[in-house]
Ligand binder design. Structure first.
Ligand SMILES: *[C@@H]1O[C@H](CO)[C@@H](O)[C@H](O)[C@H]1NC(C)=O
Length: 317
């Protein structure tokens, strides 16, 4: 079997309880309480799907337990801090739709991985997740540029259209709460940073995607209603409000990286290298002190970035 079932990692501190309500319930601070965190994405979110698919051959052993970084990824902090059951559908190398551009992973880039549209199919394989579980779940969609990596001619508008199609597919299945993690500047990652021409093209794609996300935000707001609280999009919504049957939050990850690059912040975090990965682009050498790096390897942010991202998303939801 090519696509293994997504791993289900229970991080909740309390014992599993039976969900009786059909909708997410407000908590004492007014935020919606979710039961599950369902994550769709690529290597920025994968907590072991590619590792399993590759029989533990990829990513390399220097990484943290099959993550594409040197520590837990952002969703693991969010699940722990918000007591959510984390369900990981993300695969390293995933694109937004395998039929649009096929994504790959593995040392030789020969492992076929499911894109966003195909990851959604795992929700009912081998058996469907009950609708009420979907309604009390937060769906996170986080795709960071593999479409362009595997096809440099891919258009950002088409990439975001795939994301929109996936979201609509999930809404039809019963999803009611979405957090879209918007993209970073792909041109700034170590793998591209050494070649200004290539970096420029990837930055252009990234900026195009951010513009396409703005349009997506407008379209979804028009169709489903806008959350009344941009800082806490899920506050008070909880779908008791008929005007907003589906709620969307957006996280601007590129703004976070720009913030982390500020000298004061770098100093506080003890990061001194924002250009290279701790692991070299060819994966042959690993640095001595990963804590000094913004990037873990040629493509991926380091554990410190994941912690900051996790904290920021915990704050948002
Ligand atoms: C940058 O990458 C392009 C495309 O792979 C290549 O043609 C060009 O020679 C590279 N430039 C440098 C300075 O390495």
């Amino acid at each position: 079997m090519l696509f293994n079932i997504a791993s289900i990692v229970a991080v909740a501190l309390t014992a599993t309880t039976v969900t009786t309500s059909v909708e997410a319930e407000p908590t004492s601070n007014g935020n919606c309480h979710f039961d599950n965190l369902l994550v769709f994405g690529d290597s920025y979110s994968d907590i072991g799907n590619v590792y399993k698919l590759s029989n533990k051959a990829w990513p390399i052993k220097a990484n943290y337990h099959g993550r594409f970084t040197n520590g837990p990824v952002w969703s693991e902090y969010v699940a722990r801090d918000k007591h959510l059951k984390l369900k990981n559908y993300a695969y390293g190398g995933a694109t937004t739709d395998s039929e649009f551009v096929q994504g790959y992973s593995g040392a030789a880039s020969d492992l076929v991985v499911p894109g966003f549209i195909q990851q959604i199919d795992q929700l009912y394989t081998p058996k469907p997740i009950p609708k009420r579980d979907l309604a009390s779940s937060l769906f996170v969609v986080d795709f960071q540029g593999n479409d362009y990596f595997f096809d440099p001619t891919a258009s950002p508008t088409a990439v975001v259209a795939n994301i929109e199609r996936g979201i609509e597919k999930l809404v039809k299945l019963g999803a009611q709460n979405f957090l879209v993690v918007e993209n970073i500047d792909y041109g700034a990652i170590p793998y591209f940073a050494g070649n200004a021409t290539v970096a420029g093209l990837f930055t252009q794609a990234a900026m195009g995607q951010l513009v396409a996300y703005k349009d997506l935000e407008r379209r979804l707001a028009k169709k489903y209603g806008r959350s009344s609280d941009a800082k806490h999009p899920f506050r008070g919504a909880c779908h008791k409000d008929k005007k907003a049957k589906v709620t969307f939050g957006y996280y601007k990850m590129n703004d976070l990286l720009n913030h982390l690059r500020e000298p004061k912040v770098l100093k506080r975090l003890g990061i001194t290298d924002v250009v290279h990965g701790c692991v070299s682009n060819d994966y042959k050498t690993v640095c001595k002190d990963a804590g000094k790096y913004l990037y873990w390897d040629g493509f991926h942010p380091s554990a410190k970035v994941h912690k900051a991202l996790g904290d920021a998303i915990t704050e948002l939801i």
